[in-house]
Design a protein around this ligand. Structure first.
Ligand code: ZN
Length: 324
């Protein structure tokens, strides 16, 4: 039987590892997930990935020799050239030679990158980016993640920190504390967590309106609820959306003035608000972007959802093998 030249994509998260086998065009052969074993500081993960990949390949009458490579994404600080993980807090890896360990287990070339960068690459290759060579990807979830793609290359910077747009300072004085140790970062106001925090402040202060009633009934307000209530003309919700989108629009416009992307892709939980989000964001973006940048930048909601990471990981293999 001839070799299949498949690509394996792996997205290691704190609770599950998502895996996929794709063909060279990025179409899924199969995808699945397994729980993440974070015991012993994540030391068993490479062995576990190798075992589940081997089993899955076997079910297709295939072996490791049918893979051109394995791409792996993880949340944390990763040296891309060596696949060395400086720190991945949710996994437990610290100074961990991931590439070396997984190559030892599988005998297949391994390439690694930060999960947000790979999600951006996945959207560029097979999702909302539509193959655009210049793309800014913003993930609005618990935090604000990002990926910058310029001339078809994922930017890493001198120390792998490029794309950390969640920590752009949005509120220079008196901002809320951020997980990074600073205050007033973009993610303190424009992430799902930030939007809910702003909404709860309004609910506490006014004790009235749709969000207040929703909170009284369900004990919970989500970022999507805030966008829905704003659409329904709730004053508190409208103010929260305005504040969150003002800061996001300002940050993204400054990035767009620097990078001149074809497309800005918005993903993560908050992107479930869809066009409501883009319609609320666009006026602020247009105000702060250069006229030509504002006119020529399109906004798209991310299309790949949880698959973006494994598709981007497979893209990483394809890029590296092609360039060798
Ligand atoms: Zn921060």
């Amino acid at each position: 039987m001839t070799k299949r030249n498949w690509l394996a994509g792996v997205d290691v998260g704190g609770t599950t590892i998502k895996l996929a086998i794709l063909d060279h065009d990025g179409d899924f052969i199969t995808k699945w997930e397994v729980p993440t074993d974070i015991s012993d500081s994540g030391h068993h993960i490479p062995k576990h990935i190798a075992a589940t990949l081997k089993d899955k390949l076997h079910s297709f009458d295939a072996t490791f020799s049918d893979l051109r490579g394995i791409g792996v994404g993880a949340p944390g600080f990763i040296e891309v050239e060596t696949g060395f993980i400086y720190q991945a807090v949710n996994i437990g890896w610290r100074n961990y030679p991931l590439k070396e360990r997984l190559e030892m287990e599988t005998g297949v070339p391994v390439f690694a990158d930060n999960d947000a960068n790979l999600a951006a690459a996945g959207e560029m290759w097979r999702g909302a980016g539509g193959g655009a060579k210049n793309m800014l990807c913003v993930t609005l979830g618990t935090g604000v993640g990002g990926g910058l793609i310029s001339e078809g290359i994922v930017l890493h910077g001198a120390a792998g920190m490029a794309g950390e747009i969640g920590h752009i300072t949005s509120v220079p004085e008196g901002g809320a504390p951020c997980n990074c140790g600073k205050t007033g970062c973009l993610e303190t106001v424009s992430s799902a967590t930030g939007i809910v925090r702003l909404a709860m402040e309004k609910i506490e202060a006014t004790k009235s309106g749709q969000l207040f009633e929703l909170f009284q009934t369900t004990g919970l307000v989500t970022a999507k609820d805030v966008f829905d209530a704003a659409e329904n003309n709730d004053e508190n919700a409208k103010e929260v959306v305005r504040e969150a989108m003002y800061h996001l629009g300002l940050a993204v416009a400054n990035l767009a003035n620097s990078l001149n992307p074809n497309v800005i892709v918005i993903g993560g939980g908050v992107s479930k608000a869809g066009n409501k989000l883009i319609n609320a964001l666009r006026p602020h973006f247009n105000r702060f972007a250069l006229p030509k940048v504002a006119a020529e930048t399109t906004f798209q909601i991310a299309q790949l959802g949880n698959d973006a990471g494994v598709i981007g990981a497979a893209w990483l293999v394809k890029e590296n093998i092609n360039n060798e």
